[in-house]
Design a protein around this ligand. Structure first.
Ligand code: SAH
Ligand code: SF4
Ligand code: F3S
Length: 484
């Protein structure tokens, strides 16, 4: 019997200190190709993917699905009917990790009922050393573990697990280049995620993402434009450009001054009806980007601009590279450049030693910026990040209370933002029947407001005019406009 240490040595596993390093080597670009031996290994078998975390992970799951379909697997309608289950995990906060561990525990019984079942563990959690240790010690039923830098190798890992019955653990700390033209099986027929860049070089002191996703690297603009043209051809109505910091697009490509604003202008020319993007970092947001939103009707008047805190002391400790005043100025310029724009944000409360005064600064910044929505979080220490070692004497109950106060304010602003559309005619991209009522359609406006209205199922997948009759906190109620 092997010792724990020997077990741990056998595999290719992550190191957070390697992941922290950045090289100035140019990104290598390659295109995906399938090894002929793997092409049909999934024939007659079914896959199921569970996704946690951000849109980046949702997009990665669509890639995993595309790859599995390329080697013959079909999507299972129920988890119980699948031959391979992959958990695509998120490490951003402790509760995201706890959910994945809980699910992994539940899957033990699946494996007992079907010993041939392959279970895969992927995404950001395997990029952490502590995850691999825990997997090895407590979860022997996992067959494949891979990270965010080697999704393209999935066919090889599946082959190993199926035919050699070998457990595969392969997690790289250093990003490779960019493997482009990966197959995708998209979850939505009218709305598509489009990665424009990977990684993050910001190193906000609380955040694990620069470690789990590697260095900032941009896709080639030609590859992005080609993907979007194809989506237009396939009838897609909306794209969301993805990156941890889309405003840094192109800055890693040497001898080129083509940046995010240029990309928006070029993509607008493809005539895709709607362009959105997420996420932006305030200190990289430039005038060219603001102009591109204003000058192109198909770039949506909506901006998610995480602020994290309204206190200069905390912003500095977070390594955010801007002050409260600078942030407020960016918001002001955005509102001037794009009249009526809807702005949302992310806020962390209870950062180590956040004082009452710091928190009040956050509340007053929220008032000044008049956000129309926000994702709000209590700080969660992430092993390996600087903030996890900062002194913190704030009582957890105080943190909870701050979150409650902040959320109350945000909800009031959410409603206020919705109310400005009452009696207006808005354009809604219809997603499908609403979650709670089959007879009601739901979709999003240009300003990213959810609308529910009674309408014809023929409208699904189309952009239609709807008159808003009532505003609730989380959605608008509309009426279909009859067309003669
Ligand atoms: N790159 C994006 C998104 C990062 S993750 C950005 O910069 O905005 C999404 C949000 O999670 C962050 O904006 C932040 O508000 C929150 N977050 C990240 N790390 C966290 C942590 N350790 N504890 C609590 N919230 C965190
Ligand atoms: Fe994390 Fe900051 Fe990068 Fe966003 S910008 S992913 S919060 S390090
Ligand atoms: Fe989570 Fe990784 Fe995204 S940590 S938020 S899935 S980049």
């Amino acid at each position: 019997m092997k010792s724990k240490e020997e077990l741990y040595e056998k595999y290719i596993k992550p190191s957070l200190s390697d992941a922290r390093r950045r090289s100035n080597k140019d990104t290598e670009y390659t295109y995906f190709s399938l090894n002929p031996t793997t092409k049909t290994i999934g024939k007659g078998k079914y896959y199921y993917i569970e996704t946690y975390g951000c849109q980046g992970n949702e997009a990665d799951s669509e890639t995993m699905a595309g790859i599995l379909e390329a080697i013959g697997f079909k999507k299972a309608s129920k988890i119980e009917e699948s031959d391979i289950i992959i958990l695509n995990t998120c490490a951003i906060r402790e509760n995201a990790e706890n959910r994945a561990w809980g699910e992994l525990g539940r899957l033990k019984s699946f494996k007992r009922n079907n010993p041939d079942l392959i279970i895969g563990f992927a995404g950001c959690m395997p990029q952490e050393e502590k995850t691999i240790k825990r997997l090895l010690e407590k979860y022997p039923h996992i067959d494949i573990v891979f990270g965010t830098h080697n999704i393209d190798k999935l066919p090889i890992y599946v082959e190993e697990a199926m035919f050699n019955k070998e457990r595969v653990i392969e997690v790289y700390s250093k990003e490779g280049g960019i493997v482009d033209r990966l197959p995708k099986s998209r979850n939505h027929q009218y709305k598509a995620w489009v990665n424009i860049m990977f990684g993050c070089d910001e190193f906000c002191t609380y955040c694990i993402v620069p470690y789990t996703r590697g260095k900032e690297r941009s896709r080639k603009k030609e590859d992005i434009i080609e993907e979007v043209k194809k989506l237009v051809n396939d009838g897609y109505q909306e794209i969301t450009l993805l990156g941890q910091n889309v405003n840094a697009y192109g800055k890693d490509i040497k001898n080129s001054d083509y940046t995010f604003g240029d990309l928006l202008n070029d993509l607008a020319k493809t005539k895709i009806p709607r362009i959105r993007f997420t996420t932006s970092h305030p200190h990289d947001l430039d005038q060219k980007t603001m102009d591109a939103i204003q000058n192109n009707d198909n770039v949506m008047p909506f901006f998610h601009l995480p602020v994290q805190s309204g206190s200069n002391t905390i912003l500095k400790k977070m390594n955010r590279h801007y002050t409260r005043e600078e942030y407020i100025d960016v918001v002001k310029r955005l509102k001037e450049a794009v009249p009526g724009i809807s702005i949302t944000t992310d806020i962390i409360v209870g950062f180590p030693n956040e004082s009452e005064e710091d928190f009040q600064d956050t509340l007053s910044l929220v008032d000044e910026c008049q956000f129309e929505g926000a994702f709000t979080f209590i700080f969660s220490p992430r092993e390996g990040t600087p903030a996890a070692t900062f002194d913190d004497s704030i009582n957890p109950m105080i943190k909870k209370e701050r979150l409650r106060i902040l959320n109350k304010k945000i909800n009031d602003l959410y409603l206020k933002g919705n109310k400005r559309f009452v009696n207006e005619i808005v354009l809604v991209l219809v997603d499908g029947p609403s979650k709670n009522d089959e007879t009601i359609l739901s979709g999003y406006t240009e300003h990213n407001k959810l609308v529910n209205f009674k309408g014809d199922a023929k409208m699904i997948g189309k952009i239609v005019e709807v008159r808003i009759v009532e505003a609730r906190t989380w959605f608008l109620i509309g009426e279909q406009i009859e067309k003669n």
